[in-house]
Design a binder for this molecule. Structure first.
Ligand code: ACO
Length: 314
């Protein structure tokens, strides 16, 4: 048994909804510009009381409740984020405490930007196979509104906050995972060692070129490894950076657009949270078919990328 099977999901979104029209009152932009360039119409930003950690706890609690498992069944907790409110305690440790997960199990945060959830799956799978246990809790959570310059129209229109959580089981169902990285500053967000404030900056065109190259390559790699075709998949759940990136790949792959889930119109780009938030929406709306494989593809800052094929339930 060396694959991961998705058995339950949860999600949490902040209370504040920011429309494109609201942004156009803050910076020199318009609903027409944002919608046509990105497909984004609204996004959620944290209120003062909310953070990547509060969202992660809510999403994780929902996933655990829905799984029917007890906290003691969870063998590890991995949280992918680049916007944790604290360096320590990590978000994963805050989730451990809030959910009462057993103390003799690992809990840690990882940062692989928008590919973080895929990296989190790899870390969780590694821990299950080396330390033992059957179930892993993997979370993607972000409060990117805390890292943005709200006066920079080239970035502040793109990002949103949110969290998604998944419970995986070590299983023999179809599974493949590919990850990669290439150090580059084309997408940058400052950390505590930088002097002054260093909000997110981005060479949008370079990121676009990178994304449309990485996405189909990741998909082909995991399809080849599992000997599946696009037709076998119920969904391709890509990182929700930008509608045009996904459309570009659908065209290049001559794929059925209906297979590629999109929700950036409602959430914007939520980095590590975007894939688990999408999985949770699909599960909640009954659109994940038990027993059928699906693909998840991430790409983002680092630069990092990753792809996975996994099965939902059964
Ligand atoms: N509203 C109005 N005008 C804007 C805005 C805005 N919000 N932002 C930029 N502009 C202006 C620019 O100033 C520029 O004006 P100029 O021609 O007078 O100089 C013009 O629009 C074109 O700017 P570009 O940056 O060239 O716009 P582009 O067409 O490349 O679109 C975008 C920008 C949407 C970011 C695009 O490059 C893109 O899709 N990049 C992909 C990157 C991405 O999605 N990043 C998300 C995060 S990274 C990740 O998740 C992997």
């Amino acid at each position: 048994m060396n694959g991961l099977q998705l058995i339950a999901t949860g999600g949490a979104l902040p209370g504040r909804t920011i429309t494109n029209d609201a942004l156009s009152r803050m910076v020199d932009t318009s609903d027409a510009w944002i919608t046509s360039r990105t497909g984004i119409r609204t996004r959620h930003w944290c209120t003062e009381d909310e953070s990547a950690a509060t969202l992660a706890i809510a999403a994780a609690r929902q996933a655990l409740d829905r799984s029917g498992l007890a906290p003691a069944d969870i063998a590890c907790c991995v949280c992918a984020t680049l916007s944790a409110p604290d360096a320590t305690p990590s978000v994963a440790c805050q989730v451990q405490a809030a959910l009462g997960l057993p103390e003799n199990r690992p809990a840690l945060d990882i940062n692989a930007a928008c590919s973080g959830f895929l990296y989190g799956m790899a870390v969780a799978r590694g821990m299950l196979t080396t330390l033992g246990g059957q179930y892993a809790l993997v979370i993607g959570c972000e409060a990117l509104s805390r890292l943005m310059d709200p006066t920079d129209r080239s970035t502040c229109v793109l990002f949103g906050d949110g969290a998604g959580a998944a419970i995986f089981r070590l299983a023999d169902t179809p599974f493949a995972l590919t990850l990669g990285a290439r150090g580059s500053d084309v997408l940058h967000a400052g950390g505590p060692s930088r002097e002054g404030s260093a909000p997110i900056t981005m060479d949008g065109k370079a990121v676009f070129r990178f994304a449309v190259d990485a996405l189909p390559k990741c998909l082909h790699t995991v399809l080849d490894e599992t000997r599946l075709t696009l037709d076998d998949l119920s969904w391709v759940v890509c990182h929700q950076a930008n509608s045009r990136i996904i459309d570009h790949c659908i065209k290049a792959l001559q794929a059925d657009p209906a297979k590629f889930y999109k929700n950036m119109d409602r959430h914007g780009n939520t980095s590590a949270a975007s894939i688990p938030v999408a999985l949770n929406e699909l599960a909640e709306s009954g659109q994940l078919t038990p027993g059928r494989p699906l693909a998840c593809i991430g790409f983002g800052g680092g630069l990092t990328w990753g792809g996975a094929i996994l099965q939902y339930k059964e």
